[in-house]
Write a protein that binds this ligand. Structure first.
Ligand code: PBG
Length: 328
């Protein structure tokens, strides 16, 4: 008789009490790992709830400042700012205007919060263009990659000068990280970091976000965002961005792309982020509102799964709620 027949393996021993489970947990999620995405809507006089994202608001400047101060107070690791302009045009001019809504929100938050948080700004044209694409379009309505790079470079300088610590390049143009890095360095903004949305998929999970930013897009983004069928390509995109100087790389969405998070984590020498996007949030909220799932348990499970897959940093609309719950 062998030893193990006398002493059967009993993995359940490590699950006997909550204290034991806590002690042996392989992964933990701290508020400091979480980045809260926030929306500033130019021209609002009070915050407006986003219908498809219950509990998430388009903010006016005052409510934005209060909301971000709370997130910092609760210990969130960072804030990612998106802005919705009152007016849009073909070239997305408000994006490169130092007086534009995103630069304005960033500079107000930078002076409120200083270095107590990591202030991130979305670097993309889709909120600012009348056609809703992430870049400028040519006369045949195709997104012009290289003309867009020039605009991204100017936008990066404006946002860096406004006080953003990190710029989230989310447009999926080839060469965008290198173009943004060069533009920043040329202006002496050597400490402004780039969070590359390296593997960003053309996803139906972004549906509610398009409400949040009142997107004007009528077609889709499949000529620049990735095909959900492709995993290895996500690794290729991450390697290119790291080579161009990305300080962090991100996979987006998160929950349905955990294999990509893991694969990128395995090759990446820089921190890996993952974005639990609007549709992931709204699906939890919708099911919870009907009493079909345990809301809090699902929030925690969905977040720890992203961490377990290998993300160092998680962007999530639950960041503030989660951080507050850890405090209590
Ligand atoms: C593009 C951008 C998008 C999101 C973040 N940055 C939308 C898109 O690519 O259509 C989606 C975020 C979310 O769904 O929560 N600027």
């Amino acid at each position: 008789m062998t030893d193990h027949e006398h002493h059967p393996q009993r993995p359940r021993r490590l699950r006997t009490t909550a204290a034991m489970r806590r002690l042996v947990a392989e992964n933990r999620l701290a508020p400091a790992d979480l980045v809260l995405p926030v929306f500033y809507r130019q021209g609002l006089t009070s915050a407006r709830e986003i219908p498809s994202m219950p509990g998430v608001f388009q903010h006016d400047l005052d409510s934005l400042r209060a909301h971000c101060a709370e997130a910092v107070e609760a210990g969130c690791g960072g804030i990612m700012v998106f802005a919705v302009p009152a007016e849009r045009d073909e070239r997305g001019s408000a994006a490169t205007d130092p007086e534009g809504p995103l630069a304005q929100a960033v500079s107000v938050l930078a002076s409120d919060l200083g270095d107590r948080t990591v202030l991130m700004a979305d670097l993309c044209l889709d909120e600012f263009t009348s056609h809703g694409h992430c870049g400028v379009v040519d006369e045949r309505s195709r997104v012009d990659n290289d003309a867009t790079l020039d605009t991204y470079g100017r936008m990066a300088v404006v946002l860096g000068q406004a006080g953003a610590h990190v710029l989230g390049t989310s447009g999926m143009m080839d060469g965008q990280v290198g173009a943004v890095r060069s533009a920043l360095d040329r202006e002496g903004l050597i400490e402004t970091s780039v969070l590359a949305y390296a593997a960003k998929y053309a996803s139906a999970f972004y549906g509610p976000f398009r409400d949040a930013v009142e997107s004007a897009l009528s077609s889709d983004r499949r000529t620049y965002q990735q095909d959900p069928a492709n995993g290895r390509e996500g690794v290729r995109e991450a390697l290119l961005d790291i080579d161009e100087g990305a300080d962090l790389v991100m996979v987006k969405p998160a929950g349905s792309y955990l294999d990509v998070v893991r694969a990128v984590r395995e090759i990446s020498p820089v921190p890996v982020a993952a974005y639990q996007v609007s549709g992931e949030y709204s699906m939890i909220e919708a099911a919870a509102a009907r009493g079909w799932i345990d809301r809090t348990a699902l929030i925690d499970e969905s977040l720890i799964a992203i961490k377990r897959a290998g993300a160092d940093v998680l962007c999530t609309y639950y960041a503030l709620e989660y951080a507050r719950r850890q405090q209590s």
